[in-house]
Design a protein around this ligand. Structure first.
Ligand code: SF4
Length: 226
């Protein structure tokens, strides 16, 4: 297991304002610049990953490093793979504490977007780090609870977290009783090398999702995974 807790975070003000739909010349932009000057240096995105090997596979289960996961889609995606990379990445608890101490609704909203950008920095750093260190080509990932519930049930966050032990001590991420992560801008899953890229969105029929990364393919589930 390796913890990555020295990830650089350079907040791009133009990107932040564009995401918030705020004009660069507005009064809000000045307030946001002031806020960013204060919080951006405190942001510490982090990630932890493990190098794990597939122990055995069944019809719809796969055992990864001694932990059994139940998901037909995960099982099929890992069909010809021996080594995978379970991971958790986060914006960091430092930003979470700043948000918790803020009661202004707009500032909380702005800070939530800063957290999102810090998480993106952490996740991107992890992905590039894994590719470089393990000489990987294209990678895909799957996450418990992503897409429709039955692809890989969110309850299996518990098994995923068990791979790392005390995740809160490692990178400050807590798992709630309903299997959500705190800070909310945290992600978890398994990276695996692939020739053909996989996205959970391909199997997710949700309409008008702003985070969609691939078109829904209504035939894919039956053609490949059943
Ligand atoms: S379409 Fe949206 S909800 Fe569905 S898996 Fe993709 S990002 Fe998640």
């Amino acid at each position: 297991m390796e913890v990555l807790n020295d990830i650089a975070f350079q907040l791009d003000m133009d990107t932040l304002l564009a995401r918030l739909h705020i004009d660069k010349e507005s009064e809000d932009a000045k307030d946001i610049q002031h806020l960013v000057d204060h919080v951006a240096p405190l942001a510490k995105p982090k990630a932890v990953y493990e190098v794990s090997y597939i122990q055995y596979k069944d019809c719809d289960t796969v055992n990864i490093g001694g932990v059994t996961f139940t998901s037909r889609v995960l099982r099929v995606n890992l069909d010809k793979i021996e080594r995978v990379f379970p991971y958790i990445a986060t914006c960091g608890s430092e930003l979470e504490k700043i948000v918790a101490a803020t009661d202004d609704f707009m500032r909380r909203f702005w800070l939530d977007t800063v957290k999102e950008m810090a998480l993106e920095a952490g996740r991107k750093y992890l992905s590039n780090y894994l590719k470089r260190k393990y000489a990987l080509g294209q990678m895909s990932k799957m996450s418990p609870g992503a897409g429709s519930q039955d692809l890989w049930p969110i309850e299996q966050q518990k098994q995923l977290f068990s791979i790392f032990g005390n995740v809160e001590n490692l990178i400050g991420v807590k798992l709630t009783d309903s299997f959500l992560m705190i800070p909310n801008k945290s992600v978890s899953g398994i990276y695996f090398p692939t020739e053909i890229r996989f996205e959970s969105c391909q199997l997710c029929p949700r309409k008008e999702c702003p985070a969609r990364r691939a078109p829904y393919d209504k035939n894919l589930l039956e053609a490949k995974y059943l």
